[in-house]
Write a new protein. Structure first.
Length: 729
């Protein structure tokens, strides 16, 4: 309870209103202990709470915390006189009433005490009734004084408030005379519009109004209008501003014909006619404009949103039809952006998306519209296109622009986009169909593992429902043993011998037949099943390898694809090694294939895992090399054995001459770093010849063999052996 009193002082606040008064405590400063005790007993009996101090100094100390409403003081104290104590109380402006209780019979002492501000003087030994009466009176008196003070404060405050309301009012307050000249205007004019209020006095009000609004203002301010229709009028006007870049601000002006109170006549003259209040509504206007903008724009990137995109597309379609033009809708998706989110968190990822939006915008032409669809997906409209090549050129330009690494917390992040493309008129003839088809094309491109771009094809129409079905089927597929592992040989170009096989998963879907991984791995990833799937593959590959070992037909190594999500699992390495041990397979027979995007994750965590795997003798290959992460520094930082040059580069060999340079560059990088190089997806003799001529180590592709079930691969290997045997004979 004491604590509560201690914290809450019953002082008046600015408005002159008091908080609930605390019960008033009394302080007795008295060195005569027995008198003090009997006095306190008396007071307690009357319901007063009192404290006791024996010296003046102690009394002052107690009073300092402001909890006491009344001081009862003895005139003779050991350390000072009672008068001195009262003086000290006044000097310190302590808000406490004082009565004196004293054995001193001198009238002078009493008078002095009363002069010093004591309210009463009671002689010892005091009559209880007299004493209690004096206490009650003093407390009442003090309450009255406080009431008075409070009232005074309130009046002063109210006056100040009025002055404040006019001068510091958030609004401009003004008075005009009959001819529309300013006869009074408050200080707010200066703050809001930058004009000196004295300089505008006697000027015509229209000099403050934006020229486009002057006509309306004149009408609204006309005496006739105000007196005839209503005595009150409200209008929105732009007033000129010297402080705003736009040169004006928006105001809502309330105008009344004068009926100023008589008392005000000191500041107003007979000629005063209008009284006006101009409220600055610029902020509201901005909010309204912002709301209109927001309805059509993405808050984060400031780009148009899909609504506005659809509008633009609708208009572009009308024009395209009229002029017989073609246009393209591109659905752009940032490759593996999820990793960035996981690694750097949403705020940084958002910032990155904003920068991506800016960069993409640099690649656009006049009539193009870029919009943010959702997440890391953007929509792009290219109007008046001549050919597919033109659209592809834009995608390439965007990817070139994005190829310059982004900096996130001091780290380089490499981004690229994939595009799904729908063309008008071939792929749809209204906005929704084109957007939907571009989206489907993108989705298909991702499933088939193609990087870059995919044009819509009518047979792509797979629906969301089918995906959901697949997801639930996938959950049972492991239990029902519906997966199958295929193996594709990798052969040395120098000697034509088998160097390894890559394990590739297939799904024997009960109703849809054999599905390639592109159709279900992305779904498995979403359903968080990728780790289970990876373990199944590893287990299966190890079992097969064990069998091959026992038959003496094992290829030097089996390559297993590991998804980044799977590698991310904290116990990945331990579990992986345990599986090998369980199947009595040597880690030296195993290679794992990882994609480059792994390295935009936490490089230290990845490094540690790869080091451990390598230390066990497991080889590490970089899959799809060259498609995602263009920094090569990781090749030296991590224990990597093999580069797998992506099939898209291989396929360019017979098409575009320029690409040869990339393949050659990759070959020389691999050799320079002492890495084994495998070219994937080799299909033609021309590709094979080129790769052999330029010193590529191994190839994998249909020209050698398609991926095969284990038993079929065994037969293939036997065939190869026989061929070689025949060649030797
Ligand atoms: P990848 O690792 O790049 O695998 C090579 C893909 O190229 C395989 O497709 C293979 O069938 C195909 N291929 C090989 N030679 C040729 C060729 O000469 N021409 C053409 N057109 N294609 C060729 P697949 O089996 O459909 O696998 C697709 C992707 O799915 C793989 O790409 C890999 O990223 C992933 N994948 C496959 N199996 C697994 C697995 O067990 N675990 C994980 N995590 N991913 C897997
Ligand atoms: Ca692979
Ligand atoms: Ca690959």
């Amino acid at each position: 309870m004491i604590d509560w009193l201690g914290k809450k002082k019953t002082t008046d606040n600015e408005e002159g209103e008091s908080r609930p008064a605390a019960p008033e405590r009394l302080l007795l400063v008295e060195d005569d202990v027995s008198f003090a005790n009997s006095l306190r007993q008396l007071l307690a009996g009357a319901g007063y709470v009192s404290d006791l101090a024996h010296t003046g100094a102690a009394g002052l100390e107690v009073l300092a915390d402001g909890r006491h409403g009344l001081l009862i003081v003895d005139l003779s104290l050991p350390d000072m006189s009672g008068h001195d104590l009262i003086r000290a109380v006044r000097e310190r402006e302590l808000d406490v009433a004082v009565i004196v209780v004293s054995g001193d019979r001198e009238i002078d002492a009493a008078i002095l005490a009363l002069r010093l501000g004591a309210l009463d003087f009671v002689r010892k030994p005091a009559e209880p009734a007299i004493l209690l009466h004096a206490v009650a009176r003093a407390l009442a008196q003090r309450r009255l004084e406080r009431e008075h003070d409070r009232f005074q404060t309130r009046i002063a405050h109210s006056e100040r408030l009025h002055r404040f309301l006019v001068d510091r009012s958030p609004d401009i307050i003004f008075i005009l005379n009959r001819s529309g000249r300013i006869s009074y205007i408050n200080e707010r004019l200066r703050d809001l519009l930058g004009f000196d209020e004295k300089a505008v006095l006697t000027r015509h009000f229209s000099q403050l109004v934006h020229e486009h609004d002057r006509e309306r203002a004149r009408y609204a301010f006309s005496a006739r209008k105000l007196t005839e229709t209503a005595r009150h009028n409200s209008i929105e006007l732009r007033l000129l501003s010297q402080t705003d870049a736009t040169g004006f601000r928006h105001f809502e002006i309330d105008l009344a014909a004068v009926g100023l109170p008589e008392e005000e006549s000191a500041t107003t003259s007979r000629d005063d006619y209008f009284y006006g209040v101009a409220r600055d509504i610029s902020a509201r206007r901005e909010v309204e404009e912002l709301a209109a903008f927001q309805a059509n724009h993405d808050a984060m990137t400031g780009l148009p949103n899909r609504n506005l995109f659809r509008d633009h597309l609708g208009l572009a379609l009308i024009q395209a039809r009229r002029n017989g033009e073609r246009l393209a809708v591109l659905f752009l998706n940032l490759d593996r952006f999820k990793n960035v989110n996981d690694l750097f968190g949403h705020a940084r990822a958002d910032e990155l998306l904003r920068q991506v939006g800016e960069r993409i915008q640099r690649c656009l032409r006049g009539g193009d519209t870029l919009a943010r669809f959702v997440g890391d997906e953007f929509l792009l409209l290219n109007t008046a296109i001549q050919s597919e090549q033109e659209v592809l050129a834009i995608v390439q330009r965007i990817n070139r622009e994005l190829a310059v690494p982004f900096k996130v917390t001091g780290r380089n992040v490499h981004l690229s986009v994939s595009a799904g493309i729908a063309l008008f008129p071939e792929h749809g003839d209204d906005a929704d169909a084109l957007i939907r088809h571009a989206n489907i094309a993108l989705y298909h491109g991702r499933l088939s593992g193609s990087h870059g771009h995919t044009f819509f094809m009518p047979e792509m129409g797979a629906t969301k429902d089918q995906r959901l079905h697949l997801q639930s089927d996938l959950q049972h597929a492991l239990e029902r043993d519906e997966f199958e592992l295929y193996y594709q040989p990798q052969v040395g170009l120098a000697d034509g011998r088998i160097k390894g096989v890559e394990a590739l998963i297939r799904w024997n879907h009960p109703s849809r037949g054999l599905l390639p991984p592109g159709e279900f791995l992305p779904i498995a990833e979403e359903a968080d099943l990728i780790g289970d799937l990876g373990e199944w593959v590893t287990r299966q590959a190890c079992a097969t390898l064990k069998r091959w070992n026992s038959l003496g037909i094992a290829p030097p190594r089996v390559a297993i694809n590991i998804s980044p999500q799977h590698l991310d699992e904290p116990d990945f390495v331990d579990r992986f090694i345990a599986l090998l041990t369980e199947h009595q397979v040597s880690p030296r027979q195993i290679e794992i294939e990882l994609t480059e995007n792994l390295f935009i994750r936490d490089p230290n965590a990845v490094a540690q895992k790869l080091e451990t795997l390598a230390a066990h003798g497991i080889a590490i290959a970089i899959d799809d090399f060259g498609t995602q992460y263009s920094s090569l520094s990781y090749l030296q930082r991590f224990p990597i054995h093999t580069l797998k040059i992506d099939k898209s580069f291989v396929w360019e060999i017979d098409r575009e001459y320029r690409q040869h340079a990339i393949v050659k560059a990759i070959i020389s990088i691999a050799h320079g770093l002492g890495l084994n190089l495998i070219a994937e997806g080799v299909e033609t003799d021309e590709q094979l010849r080129f790769l052999a001529n330029h010193g590529c180590d191994e190839i994998q592709g249909y020209i050698v063999s398609k991926p095969l079930p284990a038993s079929a691969l065994e037969a293939w290997m036997n065939g190869e052996r026989e061929k070689r045997g025949a060649a030797l004979a």
